[in-house]
Design a protein around this ligand. Structure first.
Ligand SMILES: Cc1cc2nc3c(=O)[nH]c(=O)nc-3n(C[C@H](O)[C@H](O)[C@H](O)COP(=O)(O)OP(=O)(O)OC[C@H]3O[C@@H](n4cnc5c(N)ncnc54)[C@H](O)[C@@H]3O)c2cc1C
Length: 375
């Protein structure tokens, strides 16, 4: 949202308490065109992906960095039915479809997937990509900090944001620790914490905690059995070292030593704490069991867990984003409900919200936060 506003030439105040347990800090940043065992296309894939590619490559240029990596991703099938469905749905190209971003798959057989449990084979999906979210957020912060437009602050909305007498025409007053500022519009991008925002208390969020592990997968003791299908001297299948692999869990190469593994979906424990008394232990075991099934020739228990992170995804009941304007304070907006797809969806949604703000354009009814969403 900050970038979209900045590119329109607006002065902004990007305010964040910089919480390392926020969903964006923990996210793996995966962008995938086909989801679920039904091999469905990701909702509005072409337009979201085109905007995401454009946005992240432009921010890379503006910040002289590299964090957006388009690369095909591998998906393993769990049944013959799933394989046939994917084949039927995706292998035929529609002659009327001229979009360069339309999802495509290339089927592969189990023999090509050494070291992975894939009796039904798999497929390469493209286009797909990964955003290094930590690096993207750090570069974004630094960019706006250098323009004096970034403020580290924990805002108590009720006491620090004052509603003017005539909210449609007068600016809003915000008290920051560094002093008061007057703003023409405010956009709340608070993720799960919007639950505590009295201005948007009716936001229909249906959040879910997710846990991610970083595994030190270079432990050579972990190979069980004499003949190994792995690269000599290593334990991890080469494909997992170079590409994102989706199965019961996804596995992402982090660096030459580590892989990221995730994620759980837990609607009961809505916090990001990782202590042994809470859900962390169970969620870690769930992830390790799934990795073990994915890599049967490796003893995953011998891979040290280098890091365990968790956060709460700001999902909605119908899995679509929630954006739009406050019903009475017309210069207050919300961008939320990104669920598991913030990396993909945020760039286009931010553009649409800027258009609504500037030209008073109506919000697409499938995105409007006040649409009727049944729990
Ligand atoms: C384990 C896990 C894995 C994921 N993997 C992926 C993935 O691979 N691909 C993908 O696209 N998505 C993924 N996601 C989902 C993704 O993280 C979210 O869709 C996205 O990050 C949501 O972004 P957000 O800005 O809406 O919320 P957040 O990231 O939660 O950001 C909200 C920010 O607002 C700040 N804030 C809130 N209230 C206040 C206040 N009062 N004062 C100051 N600051 C405040 C918070 O501190 C936080 O920094 C994953 C999520 C999890 C948990």
């Amino acid at each position: 949202m900050a970038w979209a506003a900045h590119r329109r030439g607006w002065s902004i105040a990007l305010i964040d308490r910089v919480d390392l347990e926020s969903s964006s800090h923990v996210a793996a940043g995966l962008v995938t065109p086909i989801t679920g065992t039904r091999s469905a296309a990701t909702w509005r894939w072409d337009s979201f992906y085109a905007a995401a590619c454009h946005h992240y490559t432009r921010v890379e240029r503006d910040t002289h960095s590299s964090f957006w990596h388009p690369q095909p991703a591998l998906r393993l099938f769990h049944s013959e039915e799933e394989r046939s469905r994917a084949q039927e749905r995706w292998q035929r190209t529609d002659p009327a479809d001229h979009s360069p971003w339309s999802p495509k798959i290339r089927l592969c057989h189990s023999e090509e997937l050494a070291g992975l449990h894939a009796p039904h084979g798999g497929c390469w999906m493209e286009p797909a990509a990964r955003l290094h979210t930590g690096s993207y957020l750090a570069k974004t912060r630094a960019y706006f900090q250098s323009r004096d437009e970034f403020f580290v602050a924990d805002i108590d909305i009720d006491s620090q944001l004052a509603v003017p007498t005539n909210p449609s025409t007068e600016p809003l007053q915000l008290r920051l620790p560094s002093g008061p500022i007057s703003v023409d519009a405010v956009v709340f991008c608070q993720g799960f914490e919007a639950k505590c925002n009295s201005w948007f208390s009716a936001l229909p969020l249906h959040p879910a905690r997710g846990d991610i592990l970083t595994l030190a997968a270079e432990n050579k003791e972990a190979v069980s059995g004499a003949s190994s299908p792995f690269r000599s001297g290593s334990t991890l299948p080469e494909l997992c070292r170079t590409h994102v692999v989706h199965s019961e869990v996804w596995m992402v190469p982090a660096d030459r030593q580590n892989v990221l593994v995730g994620a759980t979906y837990d609607r009961h424990h809505l916090h990001g704490r990782v202590d042994e008394d809470g859900p962390a232990r169970t969620n870690r075991e769930i992830l390790l069991e799934r990795v073990q099934r994915m890599l049967p020739a490796v003893n995953v228990q011998q891979w040290p867990v280098a890091r365990h992170q968790a956060a709460v995804r700001p999902a909605s009941y119908d899995r679509h984003p929630l954006i739009g304007r406050h019903p009475t304070v017309h210069n207050a907006y919300v961008l939320n409900g990104l669920g598991s797809k913030g990396t993909l969806m945020a760039p286009l949604l931010a553009e649409q919200l800027c258009d609504a703000l500037l030209y008073d354009r109506p919000i697409d009814s499938m995105l409007e936060w006040s649409r009727r969403v049944l729990p």
